[in-house]
Design a protein. Sequence first.
Length: 158
Amino acid sequence: MNTLIVYASKHGTTKKCADLLAKQLVGNVELVNLNKAYSITTWNYDTVILGGSIYAGRIRKEISDFCTKNMKELKNVRVGLFICAMSEGEEAVKLIEQNFQEELRNRAIAKESFGGEFLMEQMNFLERFIIKKISKVTTNQSNIREDNIKKFADEVNS
Ligand SMILES: Cc1cc2nc3c(=O)[nH]c(=O)nc-3n(C[C@H](O)[C@H](O)[C@H](O)COP(=O)(O)O)c2cc1C
């Protein structure tokens, strides 16, 4: 089985989660970081997994642009969708709904939030200010949901 994981990360948490997921998938797994130069020359994949982090309710633009641009190809493969975000439960479900097109969501074999992190030293001044104001957080917080990553991997592997 050939799997491609395409992701976009700002402060590194989505990259961390994509790497954790890749280790749990069977078969050949390739990772593409949309924040770096990349080219996808062939769509010879059984499964394509798309993941990005959420800022102010929106997924990283690199991921939404990638989905729009490659929708035709994405219709011919199994698709998995994930987000990295600090919201949990119903809020996280809503974020997945709002940030991936219906045609992808309806066909997805797995959809999850992998949780998130607040990494204060990676944030710029404005981000730190917003997080302090809204979430009342001033120190690093890590809430990577390894259980959700495992569940997602099991669903993709089955
Ligand atoms: C300025 C800022 C805004 C954020 N907005 C949201 C949000 O609207 N909803 C949410 O659930 N998480 C939000 N987060 C949390 C991020 O999704 C979380 O930090 C994530 O782990 C970032 O992943 P990345 O390092 O791969 O970009 C925000 C974080 C920052 C710094």
